[in-house]
Ligand binder design. Sequence first.
Ligand code: C5P
Length: 410
Amino acid sequence: MEATRLSGRKILLIVGGGIAAYKSLELVRLIRKAGAQVQAVLTASGAQFVTPMSLAALTGHPVRQDLFLPDDETAMGHIELSRWADLIVVAPATAGLIGKAANGLADDLASTLLIATDKQALWAPAMNVRMWLHPAVQANVDRLKRFEGFHQAALIGPDDGEMACGEFGPGRMAEPAAILAAIDGLLAGAGGRSLAGRKAVVTAGPTFEPIDPVRGLTNRSSGKQGYAIAAALARLGAEVTLVSGPVALGAPTGVARVWVETATEMQAAVHAALPADIAVMSAAVADWRVDGVASGKIKKAPGGPPTLSLIENPDILAGVARAGPQRPALVVGFAAETADLAANARAKLSRKGCDWIVGNDVSDDVFGNDANAVTLFLKNGAEETWPRQSKTAVARALADRIAAHFSEPQ
Ligand code: C5P
């Protein structure tokens, strides 16, 4: 095991109640030996098996046991702990902890943390074989695995073997060395790279161009893909400004959102966020706005409908790509196409002057949908087609690709 991949990384270890908890002490030792930091959260039942003192001594940090402690909330409460961590490891993961997280139940520090975080979690189940094989536990494990974008549950074990209760079968917690290898793999999954110290500006959602105080022109865009990209970049440590048109989505953790309505406002907000290293323009910007917005509601008149005179909106992406010294080092645009994806995306790449285009085949039901199939077109002519996957997974793949780009020799 090379120490470098784990060095400086931060692991939050949740120790549940089970005889396997003694192996978690060895896991702490291994993680620290590999150069990472560990903070431990001990559940009430976990404390029946290992003492807070052992965990504190081995982690070199105070052990967190309670959700409501005035001192802890002022120092590092459940939200800060989750922000602090690069990865959450639940070992031993009991049927109780799995069940709570799978069903959104939060009644102590460990279960609240697992709901309050968007960090990836690695679960190392340990329980009696009959408990593990019980359909309720298996259903909860399946649920956890499906919460992609939240826990992105990864599972290690349980191993087959003789158990403390005298039975034999799957239920033994994976060995600490195997858990360490899984941690290493998961951290490397993000390329092991970070975007810490990089600034990013992301546009998302539609723009809304008023006709009069009650009407307007807009595009169909849920904003989901752009929001997921902002979240994924922030997750890798970037400082993200999300310039958002009107959508019904909450701001992702750690992202500074700037609300805008029109393309003109969006352009101003994007330029105000420069300089930045990365620009990802995923907004569906209205191509035109109304020339001479009426100050009062336009009335239906016997003479028939009004004629709207339209003027072209600024191309925000092209403007950022040609922003001179303010130009971000990496400018990424989107191309939603219903036909000839490659030809249209390549044409857009050069017309707009950006570095990458995420080509999006919208011929079948992408809008508002949770899945997306994209091809990445690079200025150097390279092309990467990604499998159809959730918008969160696309966002994470793009953020990883961006982090990899910044770690390549330029
Ligand atoms: O030209 P088209 O709208 O297809 O280009 C799509 C790409 O350009 C997207 O990245 C979109 O966010 C960006 N765009 C923009 N400003 C516009 C129009 C499109 O930033 N006015």
